[in-house]
Design a protein around this ligand. Sequence first.
Ligand SMILES: CC(=O)SCCNC(=O)CCNC(=O)[C@H](O)C(C)(C)COP(=O)(O)OP(=O)(O)OC[C@H]1O[C@@H](n2cnc3c(N)ncnc32)[C@H](O)[C@@H]1OP(=O)(O)O
Ligand SMILES: O=C([O-])CC(=O)C(=O)O
Length: 379
Amino acid sequence: MTNVTTEDAAQPVIYKGLAGVPVDYTAISKVNGDTNSLLYRGFAVQDLAARCSFEEVAYLLWQGELPDERQLAEFETRERSLRHLDHVVRRVIDELPTTAHPMDVLRTAVSVIGARDPSAADASPEANLDKAMRLYAQLPAIVAYDQRRRHGLELVEPRDDLSYSANFLFMVFGDVADLEVVSAFDVSMILYAEHSFNASTFTARVITSTLSDLYSAVTGAIGALKGPLHGGANEAVMHTFEEIKTADRVSAWLDDALANKHKIMGFGHRVYKNGDSRVPTMRAAMESMLVHFDRPDLLELYVELEADMGARKNIKPNLDYPAGPTYHVMGFDTATFTPLFVASRVVGWTAHVMEQLTANALIRPLSVYNGAPQRELPL
Ligand SMILES: CC(=O)SCCNC(=O)CCNC(=O)[C@H](O)C(C)(C)COP(=O)(O)OP(=O)(O)OC[C@H]1O[C@@H](n2cnc3c(N)ncnc32)[C@H](O)[C@@H]1OP(=O)(O)O
Ligand SMILES: O=C([O-])CC(=O)C(=O)O
């Protein structure tokens, strides 16, 4: 990312894309590009993925500490009690064409939930935590129902005897998934949950900084996440795999893509220049799924594209690269991948909404005008 100066040397430097510009403090997560590390509230994300459930991680991100046994039991009970799809949200989804992108469906559904909440404007920490919990608990039902209706399938009601991830998979596929699949899915939810001032979280913070409500912040964040330079890349990775088809075609495909100056989806990162902290953990989960679902061909393609991109451009995969094939073999539609990211990241977004409100300042940067000089209207 190149910084741009204007022709007038007295003008300020423009930091395009705010690259490298710290804009506020956060105690929620630390992304360290130099050491390729990521901490949630001080804990390494790899350790959380290995030893905690997504429910524990959600509690940690919101409350700042891991729950004890009683706190976790209460948290799980509350989440399980809120899982049912709101009947009005369902009716609105039914009105939308099945050709609508699932991210558009999700954005609309969150907006409807906000419009139906009489306490939407209550910005107290308790009310915001309550709203965050409702969204966290209800998004899986929305994502699941939307995938099913696109296949002409009926809604599957949630089960309150299953964990967050087991129930999510149950509502999408109608069967209780194998433990190994649930575990890989839970790892993906943990890894996607939070990443400091990425574009969608920053969007949520900008919206919150105007003292707008949490639902508006999440709706805006969904819009920001949809783009292929951000969350939309996990979906785009799968389109790339489908286009390349087999490992032996990678080199020719890459010749063409790079010659045409295409970005290779699932590679590169604004902060991590030597590899994404989350990739080794997600890659291990992906490999277990490719063995589980007997897809060695996808691993070959994955390895070949990674090696070729490394050799030619020295650009490393980001989290979306291993997440795409993982969700594919689990049976998710490609267009459902980014909504899965939303279901997880809603935890990070809402933690940032609450943090922003504890020390708010309207986010309003400056621009340097480079349009026409002042002139008179034509007579
Ligand atoms: C969970 C997430 O949101 S992770 C990000 C997901 N997004 C993607 O995977 C999309 C593909 N990747 C990209 O577009 C970029 O790497 C970004 C947007 C993520 C970060 O990029 P930035 O920090 O803005 O760097 P920028 O786009 O300026 O890239 C720097 C150089 O590397 C090249 N580059 C970066 N990523 C890629 C890529 N994926 N494929 C090809 N070239 C790339 C750029 O073309 C540029 O080259 P140049 O200097 O010769 O013009
Ligand atoms: O941090 C970023 O810019 C993008 C990213 O990896 C994320 O949001 O998880």
